[in-house]
Design a binder for this molecule. Sequence first.
Ligand SMILES: O=C(O)CCC(=O)C(=O)O
Ligand SMILES: [Fe+2]
Length: 287
Amino acid sequence: MPTIAKVDFQITPLDAPLGAVVTGLDASQPVAPKRILQLKQALRDYHILIFKNQQLSDEQLLNFSFYFGALFVPLDETPVLASKPGETPLIISVSNVDGGYTGTGELTFHSDHKWTPYPSSGSLLYAVEIPSQGGNTYWLNTNLAYETLDIATKERIADLQLITYNPFLQDRNVPRNLYRSNKSIPLISPVFPHPLVRTHPETGKKHLYLDAATEVEVVGLEAEEGAVLIEQLRQHLNQAQFYYQHKWSIGDIVYWDNQATVHYREAFPANERRVLKRVSLAGSRPF
Ligand SMILES: O=C(O)CCC(=O)C(=O)O
Ligand SMILES: [Fe+2]
């Protein structure tokens, strides 16, 4: 009788600025304590983990996710993707069909729920259906982005606080500003300044804590000076040498650290289906 080779548990770093592939683990089943600790350490080391060939029910996806933390629950006054007061789904449909929330367009580099008082520590995204082309997701190493800044810029931004305005409170039909310069427009939500240079709560490493295109404001700087600085930092951030591009296969789960990365999604053809399921984990106040 032919024997089926058992694939042993393995964490293999990618040849990329971040990421490791995990094989030989069935995420639908209980995971041994030793393995969970190895995965947590690997996330600190590599910032994103890619689990191949998974097949999970919603309950199994939640059970696996909760090994790594509790669910992110948005406050009513700080809405996020798919949130509804009192009835935010546990699993978010990252899909362009069947009532999914994310359409077929490009999503610029961001970390999840950054405008909230305690943004998500990490998210898990599970691929159920993928299009024949496009729709790749990129993750960018924000520690590398920080470390490659010149010394003068590092000193200049060391103690700055950044407000990221909640895009889910803006009128979708009004042109977006990248920088809040008109202070005469009243604020419609509470704002939560966070450090522009974030210290990772577990590794102590420093990260450039900035996304590519959400409206922001540097606390204490004149609008023009702040806008120039943010533009300079965003140009630096958006470099291929900092990111890994993931081409999805059905059954992939990618678990990423929102405290150490930002992510981007390519557009894909509007007549194709792309269905993923996301669980976002709770996080702590950035420092
Ligand atoms: O569609 C994707 O690949 C990523 C969507 C996203 O930003 C997320 O799930 O947080
Ligand atoms: Fe996201």
